[in-house]
Design a protein around this ligand. Structure first.
Ligand SMILES: [Zn+2]
Length: 423
């Protein structure tokens, strides 16, 4: 966060009272419509951190507001920003959503991840930039995977899966690829994925299984919409799903335990993408769209736990003896601690900020920004902010042109004023 060179070290209690009064007036006034002076950057892109991919909602100060795999907005102050890639690969499932499970103990969520990592390396060797929706085992719903894709706008988006359920004997792999209904580019991508993966796995002679959906097709509701959220929620992208083989078939599960097979599958996915991006090859295996009203029940992100994302941040705020006495008194009157009153104040400021289309809010002038450290300050209150609450603090700080500590003090002064006039 940029620090202001202009800072006072003298107690400025009367002035902060005036500031509180003007903040309160904002709430009371039915102001005229005003142009928004400080729209957030409408950022697209993602932040990569600790194996997770966070779509960015806004860039603020020295960090980002971004959504976790559980779709909670948090503030991130570290990570690698990425705004565009050629290819986004989505290893299907994760966490408690295991996907199919092989008789030999192989779990689809892990298998998908392994193949995705290998395909990423193969594509990077071909000169493409590649990202993964997740690069470790984590729980994430379909909507978030689509949000990552929409934030990155890749030239191609492929969700990697291994199937379950088929029992019909087949002389060749039961590879399936799914595309967006009525979308020629997505259809071509699925046809190339089917063609390459099916051909690569055909090098092995095992007791394959398949269904009538072997090939490339669209799976739709009777409404005509794509069944798969990955495809339905990325209408502006070239998206496809590949189900390479049947993990539920013991013979294929044993095959998928061989890293040579996984490498061949990953290379096939990379080749399909290379041909999609660099040629007009049409692909093969096309079948008519089929209507399926069944609910898969996976990919909801239900009970997603995002307590591990982001980090708790603390900011200390200095008060003069008089300011602290006022804060303590008003906190006691409201039945709260000084810490929580300070935090409530930030939420109150956020409420005013949310009125931005009705009330004109500009960054505070330097002389209205309270001192939060330095001499003349006798007491300190530390605000402790969870990742999801940091979104509010950073939004307020940005809107009013304050540091996080200054935003806390402005909030506290506002609360002292509001509790004072209400009591
Ligand atoms: Zn799957």
């Amino acid at each position: 966060m940029e620090r202001r060179a202009y800072r006072r070290a003298v107690p400025r209690h009367p002035r902060t009272r005036m500031l509180a009064a003007s903040c309160a007036m904002l709430a009371l006034a039915a102001a005229t419509p005003a142009l928004s002076a400080s729209d957030h950057d409408l950022a697209s892109g993602v932040v990569l951190l600790d194996g997770a991919t966070f779509p960015v909602v806004a860039t603020l100060g020295d960090g980002w507001i971004a959504t976790t795999p559980c779709r909670t907005e948090i503030f991130l102050d570290r990570g690698d920003f990425l705004d565009r890639v050629d290819v986004l690969l989505d290893p299907g499932h994760g966490g408690p959503e295991t996907g199919s499970v092989g008789a030999n103990g192989i779990v689809e969520r892990d298998l998908n991840l392994g193949v995705a990592h290998l395909a990423k390396l193969a594509l990077e060797d071909l000169g493409y930039t590649v990202a993964l929706t997740r690069s470790r085992d984590l729980h994430m719903g379909i909507r978030q995977r689509a949000a990552i894709a929409n934030a990155l706008q890749p030239r191609a988006f492929v969700s990697i899966h291994h199937n379950g359920g088929a029992v019909r004997r087949s002389s060749d792999p039961g590879t399936e690829a799914f595309h967006q209904v009525d979308d020629d580019a997505s259809r071509r991508l699925a046809g190339l994925l089917y063609e390459e993966v099916h051909a690569a796995l055909s090098a092995w002679d095992v007791a394959w299984v398949d269904t009538v959906h072997q090939g490339a097709s669209a799976r739709i509701r009777s409404s005509g919409l794509d069944v798969y959220g990955i495809l339905r929620l990325t209408p502006d992208l070239n998206s496809a799903i590949v189900e390479a083989a049947y993990l539920s078939n013991p013979a294929e599960a044993d095959l998928l335990a061989d890293v040579e097979v996984l490498q061949a599958e990953a290379d096939a996915i990379a080749r399909a993408l290379h041909r999609f991006l660099g040629s007009d090859d049409p692909g093969t295996g096309f079948k008519r769209a089929f209507v399926d009203e069944a609910v898969t029940g996976t990919g909801t992100g239900w009970n997603c736990d995002d307590s591990g994302y982001g980090s708790t941040l603390s900011y200390a705020v200095g008060y003069t003896e008089t300011e602290y006495a006022d804060l303590s008194a008003m906190a006691a009157r409201a039945g709260h601690t000084p810490e929580s009153l300070q935090q409530f104040g930030v939420y109150a400021l956020d409420f005013f900020h949310a009125l931005q289309d009705r009330v004109e809010l500009d960054p505070l002038p330097p002389e209205a920004i309270p001192a939060v450290d330095g001499s003349g300050l006798d007491a300190s209150v530390t605000g402790r902010w969870l990742p999801q609450d940091q979104v509010v603090l950073m939004r307020v700080a940005d809107a009013y042109g304050l540091s996080p500590a200054e935003a806390q003090k402005v909030g506290a002064v506002l609360m002292v004023f509001l509790v004072g006039i209400s009591g």
